[in-house]
Unconditional design. Structure first.
Length: 165
C-alpha cells in the first residue's frame, strides 16, 4: 500500500488569507526601509570625522598660540597671520593646505584639503574662515584675553613683515 499523501496530492494551495498576510509583512518591511537608509547615512557621517578632527586640532593649536602671543598681525593679501611670542609664528596657505612656520623656518602642515582661507579681525576678535575642497565651510573666532585689550594686540596690515618667497 503506497502512501497517497504526498505533495502532488496536497491541493490546499495559496489562499487569499496567505496573500493578505504576505502583503502586510511586505508593507511593514518597505515602510522601515527609509529609517534604515537614514540610519546608514548617520553612521556614514559619524565615520567621516577625520576632517573634523583635523579642524579641531588646528583650532586648539591656534588658540593656544594666540593666548600666549604678545602681538598678532593679520594680513589680507595674501591671507596669513603672524603671531609674535618669543618666536615669530606664521600661518599661511601653501597649495591646498595651511602651513605653520616658526621664525621663517620649517614647513609644518596643520590643515589639509583647503580650498580657501581668510584671516580677519573684528573689534577684539580674530576670525578664521576656511573653505575645504569638499565644499564644507568652517569659521572660528578667537577672543583676545582681557589683559591684552589695552595694547595694540591685533593689527591688520596689507604688507607682510617677513617677505614671501
Amino acid at each position: 500500500m503506497l502512501n497517497e499523501n504526498n505533495v502532488m496530492n496536497n491541493q490546499y494551495g495559496f489562499t487569499l488569507l496567505d496573500s493578505i498576510f504576505s502583503m502586510f509583512i511586505l508593507t511593514i518591511i518597505m515602510s522601515l526601509m527609509p529609517l534604515l537608509f537614514q540610519s546608514f547615512a548617520i553612521i556614514d557621517r559619524t565615520i567621516k570625522i577625520d576632517e573634523d578632527f583635523e579642524w579641531n586640532l588646528f583650532l586648539i593649536h591656534l588658540r593656544n598660540e594666540v593666548e600666549d602671543a604678545k602681538k598678532v598681525h593679520v594680513f589680507n593679501h595674501p591671507s596669513r597671520i603672524l603671531i609674535e611670542k618669543n618666536l615669530m609664528i606664521a600661518y599661511e596657505t601653501h597649495g591646498n593646505s595651511i602651513r605653520r612656520t616658526v621664525n621663517d623656518k620649517g614647513h609644518e602642515i596643520v590643515l589639509q584639503h583647503v580650498h580657501s582661507v581668510n584671516f580677519s579681525k573684528l573689534n577684539q576678535m580674530l576670525i578664521v574662515n576656511v573653505s575645504f575642497s569638499n565644499g564644507i565651510k568652517e569659521e572660528a573666532r578667537f577672543v583676545i584675553p582681557e589683559e591684552m585689550e589695552g595694547s595694540p594686540f591685533l593689527e591688520t596690515k596689507e604688507e607682510p613683515l617677513i617677505p614671501l618667497y
